[in-house]
Design a binder for this molecule. Structure first.
Ligand code: FES
Ligand SMILES: [Fe+2]
Length: 327
């Protein structure tokens, strides 16, 4: 599907790549139906261009970075950090390079270990990850995952309490206790705040994540959903007071494909191996993926008369209303 130049999402920051994945060569990234390329200039600053050479439409991401410039793989034209073409090898040395020989450049920033891009003038700041600079926390980046669905379907999954004990039986809840505890949601600007306290199974024998003694423990999950596609979740374990947080932001690759970037962070067991924590998140994500990719339509209906909402879906309803409000 071609990119929509009037898409309101162009005015928000979106994560496009892990910072550590943008190092050696240029990296192609999809965003809102556009093909983009991110790369580092001579100062190590991340730059973002359309992944398209003005000369013959070649993907610049197939090229290389030389002397702080992005070099097209086809004829070797060189584009500087601002996108201006500074060298055309087919020209005589004294030939004037036309100003139209340029790559289209986009706003690009790094925050919380991610590269963020806004295609048009942004109307909101990059969402914050409060634990990012907190030395009490250890951060485990999960592998990014691409699902055949829209970003809002991916995000709404984080608002859905009803599925925790059913789909993630034995991991995030249990099929013998499915009643959703009462909770409220309030909107502050672009943020939805909600919280729920529930019993969780002790998964310590399989994944060292819940850090609970006994069979089941109580945990309070505090969420901030920043429109359009970012979630911060802090789990507080009542028996120890320890916290596990999840920072998740989805990149809308297109209307029907999206990529999630997720950190799982903790302020306990700081010297533990991270593998069980990552494995726990992988298992949950895979259970979710199969279901979320099956949902039709892939684009989340923001008209709340579509689909059937019950009281325990109130966060999803607030999310759909919030999206309708910005869109
Ligand atoms: S297509 Fe890029 S330099 Fe010719
Ligand atoms: Fe889930």
């Amino acid at each position: 599907m071609p990119a929509d130049p009037h898409d309101p999402l162009r005015r928000y920051w979106h994560p496009v790549a892990w910072s550590h994945d943008v190092s050696g060569g240029p990296k192609p990234v999809p965003l809102l139906g556009e093909r983009l390329v991110v790369w580092r200039d001579g100062d190590g600053t991340v730059r973002c261009f359309d992944d398209l050479c003005i000369h013959r439409g070649t993907a610049l991401s197939l090229g290389e970075v030389v002397d702080g410039c992005l070099v097209c793989p086809y004829h070797g034209w060189r584009f500087d950090r601002a996108g201006a073409c500074v060298h055309i090898p087919q020209f005589a040395p004294d030939a004037r390079i036309p100003s139209t020989a340029a790559a289209r450049s986009h706003r690009c920033e790094e925050a919380a270990g991610l590269v963020w891009v806004a295609l048009d003038e942004p109307v909101a700041p990059i969402p914050t990850f409060p634990e990012w600079d907190d030395p009490a926390y250890r951060h485990v980046p999960c592998p990014d995952y691409t699902w055949a669905t829209s970003a809002p379907r991916m995000v709404e999954n984080f608002t859905d309490f009803g599925h925790l004990g059913w789909l993630h039986d034995g991991l995030l809840g249990s099929r013998d206790a499915l009643e959703v505890p009462s909770h409220r949601v309030r909107q502050e600007g672009l943020e939805l705040h909600y919280e729920i306290t529930m019993q969780v199974p002790n998964t310590n024998d399989r994944f060292a994540v819940t850090d609970l003694s006994g069979n089941r423990g109580l945990q309070t999950n505090t969420y901030v959903l920043t429109l359009p596609h970012t979630i911060w979740l802090r789990c507080t374990y009542h028996d120890t007071g320890a916290h596990r947080t999840l920072f998740f932001s989805a990149r809308p690759d297109s209307a029907t494909s999206s990529t999630g970037f997720c950190y799982q962070s903790r302020d306990f067991a700081l010297d533990d191996d991270d593998a069980p924590y990552a494995a726990f998140q992988d298992l949950l994500a895979e259970q979710d993926r199969v279901v979320i990719e099956s949902q039709r339509p892939e684009e989340l209906p923001v008209d709340v008369s579509a689909e059937l909402h019950l009281p325990f879906d109130r966060v999803a309803v607030a999310y759909r209303r919030g999206l309708a409000g910005i869109g």
